[in-house]
Design a protein around this ligand. Sequence first.
Ligand code: 80O
Length: 389
Amino acid sequence: KTHKFWETQPVGQFKDIGNTSLAEGPIEQPTPLSEVKQEPYNLPNLYEWITCDIDSEEMCMEVYKLLTNNYVEDDENMFRFNYSKEFLRWALRPPGYFKSWHIGVRVKSSKKLVAFITGVPARIRVRDDIVTMAEINFLCVHKKLRSKRLAPVMIKEVTRRVHLENIWQAAYTAGVVLPTPISTCQYWHRSLNPKKLIDVGFSRLGARMTMSRTIKLYKLPDSTVTPGFRQMELHDVPAVTRLLRNYLSQFAVAVDLDENDVEHWLLPTENVVDSYLVESPETHEITDFCSFYTLPSTVLGNQNYSTLKAAYSYYNVSTKTPLLQLMNDALIVAKRKDYDVFNALDVMQNETFLKELKFGPGDGKLHYYLYNYRLRNPLKPAELGLVLL
Ligand SMILES: COc1cccc(CC(=N)NC(=O)c2cccnc2OC2CCNCC2)c1
């Protein structure tokens, strides 16, 4: 397969796989800021760049509608991610964010938003190297403008704006294989509302299984079982940061979170992110942590349901409570909050609980990529301590 665009970029190339003479680390050195292209890349004539002010209700609504109608669908085109407006504001305004990295393309005449791409800054550790990178996400081109080669110029423009902030690496994920994944993860789903999942075609009734037997199979208790299991609060930020930093240090590639990052990314926000911890009833020590984010999907073409309410496993740490029990409590909370399904990747130590907690493998893979940073060999998912939204 030819990757006309990616073969021109500083990313691991397929032809270099196995070439041990190539060092790990940045592929290209930074250029002096004066040499970074000062003006935006050219778009096809009918279109213009717009920096999207996500604080503006009107602009946020336009971005929300573009993604709701044109963003990623599953392989069978039965579902489409439906990120909420409050989720987008959370995802795009972490500590140190740049408005200039929230990039839209609109039609000059009608001012209609027809494409979008974003970056947010993040410190990511690669082995012993802590690198400030851009996390690139929400690349979306309107369905009617596909294969006009808009994506390459949007990727070049967000790269240019990232370079202007003296940042030279990026991280991103995709469901498609591009040059060259640093890791390829399997996603898994745990049914919480099996009747709805079967009705919308997300799951199928197992062989020799009845619906009532299936409902019983996935039934969960009404209350969590771990003593001291409670929602995270602001005063927990220092302890959770210590717990997470220590836990993430074991992975080859991981996010490097300080207290400001933990406060933004992990403090519970209604319908966006939920986080729980275990405070020892005896010592009041924070010993464990689990979290998930809320990403509904639009159900395309079903009479009874229009939305799938999905929770996505985020960061989890167990030091005292068995991870199995901690994650089962997360499932219990998600079920109680009326989620239909709980999704997880096989990253970090997730594979130790997936099968036992009745997760089933999804039908796709999620590939992780680094821009302008070479790894000599791909990582096992268990070596990844990074979850992108
Ligand atoms: C159920 O509705 C869907 C709507 C669109 C796509 C998919 C399949 C899919 N592509 N799933 C994932 O990428 C995925 C599965 C498990 C955990 N995280 C995931 O992706 C996250 C992280 C990358 N950005 C999208 C959300 C499912």
